[in-house]
Design a protein around this ligand. Structure first.
Ligand SMILES: [Zn+2]
Length: 399
């Protein structure tokens, strides 16, 4: 039986999260007995679970429902300036548990080294995997990094705000955990997540703009495909010019979107009800609108999804942001575009990072090794990783 069909089926179950055999038959064009055999193989591999048909269903022939196994997980990691976030994401795109720990970075400019971020992430991975009673089979680690990440080897070529250059973050996590580890730009992964499971579902031309602690990034999906560029660096919307008289950016240029629209300034202004604060918000909205208008003219998207703190610039006055974008975009593309906040909210980057890992599993369901969490948690290297003295304040929560 062609291996490819096993991938096609697993991809559908992963995307839809629950699907009947008859629906799979319809969607794939494969015959019923082939679908039955493939589902049986996926069940044997422990990747999907087939539930009994609903006996209360009165109309039509009851069909078994196939769901992704909740035990098959990817570990998602988002190293940021202020904290490292780690989540366990189950096949089917469900965040099962998460952990956040502060990096100890200071406003005066100390940033976590890549080694410190990796050490924090490894501790969090260890803690999540060794939760009492947890039974997981781990497919790998996916990293959503706020910077330029080389597509072929997961090396962070440049993360200006973290001050990382040529940082082999995927290799470091891989060595410490023994797991397959993959990295990509955070906003690109956010774009994938929102495209598959969030606000961009059903649209092929979607732009996702992420506002994080360390700046602003963009992910561009054109005709259903992620726009990567030669090395995977495309989409750096945060470093497009929005203010001729602007301030110097970490990247060496001036007046970049991410220097003019800052999370700290915005969150501070949102707390106050003064004319000055309103001016700050309006000015940030204006700079964001200018950058969005440029992308509207360049890519003619159906939808722009705003994630992280940027969502607040839309949500606090949707009509005003739309008006500002329309004022500087061309008639035509501006009439096609809609603005939305990230539907997956705080899960967007975690789900996107997990997609990196699941894409690899789906490409070869029978040939991808999954690691048991108990084995991983007792793996000496992972378990003996010494806690970083000042950074262990724990803020963990089960979702
Ligand atoms: Zn810049």
């Amino acid at each position: 039986m062609p291996r490819h069909n096993l991938s096609v089926l697993l991809a559908r179950v992963h995307e839809l999260a629950a699907v009947s055999r008859s629906q799979l038959t319809k969607e794939t064009g494969l015959n019923r007995s082939t679908v039955g055999a493939l589902v049986a193989e996926l069940v044997d591999l422990g990747l999907v679970v087939e539930t009994e048909p609903d006996p209360t269903r009165l109309v039509g022939r009851p069909s078994a429902v196939i769901v992704p196994s909740k035990q098959v997980v990817a570990i998602a990691v988002n190293p940021e300036l202020d904290e490292v976030e780690v989540a366990l994401v189950a096949l089917g795109g469900v965040v099962l548990a998460r952990s956040r720990r502060p990096t100890g970075s200071t406003p005066t400019g100390s940033t976590p080294t890549v080694q410190a971020a990796v050490a924090l992430a490894v501790q969090q991975i260890h803690d999540l995997l060794s939760a009492p009673g947890a039974v997981y089979r781990v497919a790998g680690v996916g990293l959503a990094v706020p910077g330029l990440v080389r597509a072929d080897d997961g090396v962070v070529a440049l993360a200006p705000d973290l001050d990382w250059r040529d940082a082999p973050i995927a290799a470091l996590i891989g060595e410490a955990t023994g797991l397959t580890s993959l990295a990509a730009n955070d906003a690109t992964l956010g774009a994938i997540a929102e495209h598959v499971r969030g606000a961009g579902r059903g649209h092929d031309d979607v732009i996702y703009v992420n506002g994080g602690a360390s700046g602003i990034g963009g992910g561009i999906i054109v005709g259903g495909t992620v726009l990567g560029g030669v090395s995977g660096f495309a989409g750096e919307l945060g470093h497009t010019l929005v203010n001729n008289g602007g301030v110097l950016c970490h990247c060496g240029s001036t007046g970049c979107l991410e220097t003019e629209v800052r999370r700290d300034t915005l969150l501070e202004a949102l707390k106050l009800d003064t004319a000055q604060a309103k001016r700050v918000i309006e000015s940030q909205r204006g700079y964001l609108a200018r950058a969005l208008a440029n992308t509207v003219n360049l890519f003619n998207p159906k939808l722009i999804v705003l994630g992280g703190f940027l969502a607040t610039l839309l949500e606090t006055d949707p009509a005003r942001l739309k008006e500002l974008v329309s004022a500087s975009a061309l008639r035509g593309p501006r009439d096609d575009v809609q603005l939305s906040s990230a539907e997956l909210g705080g899960d967007t980057l975690m789900i996107g990072a997990a997609e990196l890992v699941f894409a690899k599993l789906i490409a070869d369901p029978a040939g991808t090794a999954l690691a048991s969490n108990t084995t991983l948690a007792s793996n000496t290297e992972l378990a003996s990783n010494t806690p970083l003295a000042s950074n262990t304040a724990l803020a963990e929560s089960k979702v």
